[in-house]
Design a protein around this ligand. Sequence first.
Ligand SMILES: [Zn+2]
Length: 238
Amino acid sequence: MAAMTTGLLFRDDAYLKSATAQVVAVRDGSIELDRTIFYPTGGGQPGDTGTLIRENGERIAITNTRKGEALDQILHICGGTPTLEVGEPLTLEIEWSRRYALMRLHTALHVMSCVVVAPVTGGNISPDKARLDFDIDIAQLNAERIERETNELLARSVVTETVWITDEELDARPELVKTMSVQPPRGAGRVRLLKIPEIDLQPCGGTHVKNINEIGAIRVLKIRSEGKHNKRVEIALA
Ligand SMILES: [Zn+2]
C-alpha cells in the first residue's frame, strides 16, 4: 500500500486541541488520517492520546501516536480494527491536559540544557516529570544551582520561535546539535529549530509553549549517574 503523508497541524500550531480530518487508511490497530493534531512519539516526547469522533457520534479511543515508515506518515494507535470508511470525516480531540504538561516540561528541558553546559546524551519526557542525561562529571551537577538558574531564565518570559534551516546550513553549524543521541531528521531538505531568543537554539520537532512563562518554575527531583556518559538530571514543574 502506498504510504500517505499526513499533514502535521501540530507543527504550525501546538495549541490545536481539536480539528477535523479524513480517514486515509484503516489497519489492525491503527488509523491514518490526511492531517492530524496528534504528535507522534519522537525526540523524547511521547505520542498523544485522545479521541476520534465519527459523524454518528461514535468515539474511537487513541491510546498512542507513532510515526509510520514513510516521512511524515502518522499512525493513530487504537484497539482492534475500527469500522471506518476511507474518506470519512472525523473530529479529532487530543487529551489536552496531558499534552500541555508535556509541552511545558519539554520546553523546560530546552532551558535547562542551557544551564548545564555539556553534551546531552539522552532525554525523556512524561506528563509528570522529564529528564536529560549529560556527559559531565557528576560533581559539577548541583541541583540547587540548576534549579535556580533555570528558573531565572524561565522568569524572563521570552516568546519562543520556530525557525527552519536547510540541511546544509545545519551541517555548517554542528554546534547547534547538543543532543548526541537524537540527531535531527534529515532527508526532507530542511530542519526545524526551536529558538528561545537569548537562551537556546537547537533542532527539535517537538511541541513547545509559546512563552516560557507558561512553564512557571521547575524543581530538580534528582541527580544520579546512569553510566559513564549519562549523568541524569530529572525535573518536574514546581
Ligand atoms: Zn523541543
